[in-house]
Design a protein around this ligand. Structure first.
Ligand SMILES: [Zn+2]
Length: 219
């Protein structure tokens, strides 16, 4: 198995359903680096009923982005924690140009981004992936009713936890999320291409094939 540089500081970029979260989890289990998922962090805040969680919930349920200043502060605090000092993957952030610019400002010199990996998947495929996705309420494992079913429907194979459909994976929110992605996140491709850190991966293939290529790209 290839070994990823421990100095990798990556952004995983791509539309909702492109497989960023699944791959980031897998890489973080294989190599010692922090997987920083802003979606998971926000969902934890929502579950805990915190002030941030209450603010975030109304945006997420409508398939909208949580405001930049809220997310930026949350990510900056997270990157300063001890486990994220050497290496990390940002999954779900940045999603807008102001977020990308704020990230660049907070990471100077030796701490700058090393890779931005773009997960390319056709839109029709994304819709099928998102609508069938189920997440374990206990351990966070991600499943799919057709592509990656559990042995017992609705129950996590790993920990026995209950599987839930995220509120933003419901049909009414999916179209909105893809529209937000097209208008706000896809401009980041040009931004990172100009900075010569962008790498593209064809993510419309099996997770194992994507994973192997990803490790090569992150060297
Ligand atoms: Zn589980």
């Amino acid at each position: 198995m290839a070994v990823v540089s421990l100095q990798a500081r990556c952004v995983f970029l791509g539309a909702p359903g492109a497989g960023k979260g699944t791959q980031a989890k897998r890489v973080a289990e294989a190599v010692r680096l922090a997987h920083i998922s802003t979606g998971d962090m926000l969902r934890e805040e929502v579950a805990a009923g915190s002030e941030l969680g209450r603010q975030a919930k109304s945006f997420m349920d409508g398939g909208k982005l949580v405001p930049d200043d809220v997310i930026i502060r949350m990510v900056q605090d997270r990157i300063r924690k001890p486990d994220a000092r050497a290496a990390w993957i940002l999954d779900g952030f940045p999603r807008t140009l102001p977020q990308a610019e704020a990230l660049d400002r907070s990471l100077s010199g030796a701490a700058a981004l090393t890779h931005v990996i773009y997960f390319a998947v056709p839109e029709a495929v994304l819709v099928g992936r998102l609508s069938g996705r189920r997440t374990c309420s206990k351990c966070g494992a991600i499943w799919h009713v057709e592509n990656q079913p559990t042995k017992k429907p609705g129950v996590c194979d790993r920990c026995g936890g209950e599987l839930l459909q995220r509120s933003d994976d419901r049909p009414e929110a999916i179209g909105k999320r893809l529209e937000v992605y097209r208008s706000q996140t896809s401009p980041l491709l040009a931004y990172y291409r100009d900075r010569k850190v962008l790498r593209e991966i064809d993510a419309n293939r099996s997770p194992d094939v994507v994973y192997k290529e990803l490790l090569k790209l992150m060297q």
